[in-house]
Design a binder for this molecule. Structure first.
Ligand code: NAD
Length: 487
């Protein structure tokens, strides 16, 4: 049993109150760690420490900070397996997924931003009589608040560019998945990152998170999480004129056109719907399939889903582990029951376990991947974010109809289109109100590209230049040419 600490001013410390929160393994229901239940008093110390460290950190060159990012990537790479194990234990996700996605991408984020920084060119604008130099500095102290579904993956996606641009950090991971943020803090401590540059404060959203949002020394907030929380973040931070990046929920469409390669589309739709038990903001939780191929597509899709292997997260062969908690499982079940009330038909799944006692235990938050047909695309199940292993299937006849269906939700994060006519796919993509569209693939990421959503899925973009832009302020220095001075 671990007892985690906050990491403030280069020291591991408990919450000042001494209170703790239990961290529970969703596969067993067992307590695996205690974390500090911090308060605004702990945020106060972290923000003050970050503030005192920021100027020196910002005074390093971009290349020097890029070297730090590479050193962090190397150190995390050496802990790849430990990160994967911790992530699987905390979230209930299959160990194979935690290795392939979470642990790998957490290292890649640091590596990517280090390389990206070295390719930056000075930004200048020449006039006939003067030269403009655009200088970038860190915002100051930034607050980074992250969710439970991809814990270190998403935290490192913010920490790397924030450090790179000269910011100091007060970070808060989800209270449900604190283990890998602790590994990151230990790693930075082992590397002797200057004290105060990175501070980690564990605890509950309305306590620690709210404290970060409200703190006057914190100049910017990068938040990834649910839309309802995002609304609180915006309401608190915007009147203080804090710079804000909001990466929120999604209800993404997987659109299968009449000419799609069915093998590819079925495989893609399964992956989009059920990766991480549907707990990826980008998951395709609504499938819209052309009526002419719907019977064949649905038969094959349901067959693939029913054959997915549910099992203990530590089993290498497991494809579907648990959802994040029993509370979340009950929320997802609420939507499955609602779907039945709304006139839907469960085509497969809908139950807590399909393993007949093998693997999943009653204490574990296991839910079979669930496909629901027969619902209106306007039903609650087809428009609200469920964030679990549940997908609804709908049919359409015309492209204009599928555009209307895809846009009939408050969310606008991502989507995928499956077609052999790329031009038709691209034209359709432009009609969908969303930040990201994949054609004949899903979650294929180039870290230089903009990532983020529209409507209730968020404000702003992260990735490549967009992250560097968010985590910096620019000063334009305009220098008059010497020969013009006397005129
Ligand atoms: P959440 O909003 O409940 O929590 C996210 C973080 O915010 C946690 O650290 C939490 O403790 C903190 N928090 C809660 N209340 C707060 C408050 N009042 N002030 C400040 N912080 C507070 O989200 P979750 O349940 O952890 O994650 C799931 C959600 O995240 C889903 O909606 C999913 O779509 C979304 N998500 C979005 C993206 C994206 O990039 N758009 C990526 C991953 C997850």
């Amino acid at each position: 049993m671990k007892t985690l600490m906050n990491y403030i001013d280069g020291t591991f410390v408990p919450a000042q109150s001494g209170d703790t929160i239990e961290d529970i393994n969703p596969a067993t229901g067992m307590v695996i760690a205690h974390i500090p239940r911090s308060t605004k008093a702990d945020v106060e110390l972290a923000a003050a420490s970050a503030k005192s460290a920021q100027a020196d950190w910002n005074a390093l060159t971009l290349d020097q900070r890029a070297d730090w990012l590479d050193a962090i990537a190397d150190a995390l790479q050496a802990k790849h397996e430990a990160i994967a194990q911790a992530e699987s234990l905390d979230t209930g996700k299959p160990i194979s997924l935690a290795r392939r996605v979470d642990a790998t991408r957490s290292v890649d984020n640091f590596r990517f931003f280090a390389d990206f920084a070295r390719k930056q060119q000075p930004l200048t604008f020449e006039m006939s009589d003067a030269m403009n130099f655009v200088e970038r500095n860190g915002l100051g102290v930034v607050g980074l608040i992250t969710p439970w579904n991809l814990p270190l993956y998403l935290m490192s996606w913010k920490v790397a560019p924030a450090l790179l641009m000269g910011n100091s950090i007060v970070a808060k991971p989800s209270e449900m998945t604190p283990l890998t943020a602790n590994i990151l803090a230990e790693t930075l401590d082992e590397l002797n990152l200057p004290r105060g540059v990175f501070n980690l404060v564990h605890g509950l959203g309305p306590e620690v998170g709210q404290g970060i949002l409200e703190h006057p020394l914190i100049n910017g907030i990068s938040f990834t999480g649910g839309t309802a929380t995002g609304r609180i973040v915006a309401a608190t931070a915007a009147p203080m004129f804090k710079k804000l990046s909001l990466e929120l929920g999604g209800k993404n469409a997987t659109i299968v056109l009449e000419d799609a390669d069915l093998d590819q589309a079925v495989q893609g739709a399964v992956k989009a719907a059920f990766t991480n038990s549907g707990q990826v903001c980008l998951c395709g939780s609504r499938i819209m399939v052309h009526a002419s191929i719907a019977d064949e597509f649905i038969k094959r899709f349901v067959g693939e889903v029913a054959a997915m292997r549910i099992g203990e997260p530590s089993d290498e062969a497991t494809q579907i582990g648990t959802v994040i908690s029993m509370d979340h499982l009950e929320k997802v079940e609420f939507y499955i029951n609602l779907a039945i009330e709304e006139g839907g038909t469960i085509l497969t799944g809908g139950t807590r376990s399909m393993m007949g006692g093998v693997g999943p235990t009653p204490e574990g938050a296991y839910l079979a991947p669930t496909v629901i047909g027969g619902l209106s695309h306007l039903s609650r199940c087809a428009t609200e974010e469920i964030f679990g292993p549940v997908v609804t299937v709908h049919t359409f006849d015309r492209l204009a109809e599928v555009t209307e269906m895809a846009n009939a939700t408050d969310y606008g994060l991502a989507g995928s289109i499956w077609t052999q006519d790329v031009e038709v796919g691209k034209a359709l993509a432009k009609t969908i109100e969303t930040g990201i569209v994949w054609i004949n693939t899903w979650l294929h990421r180039d870290l230089r590209t903009p990532f983020g959503g529209v409507k209730h899925s968020g404000v702003g973009r992260e990735g490549g230049q967009w992250s560097l832009g968010f985590f910096s302020e620019t000063t334009n220095i305009c220098v008059m040419n010497p020969r013009e001075l006397g005129d």
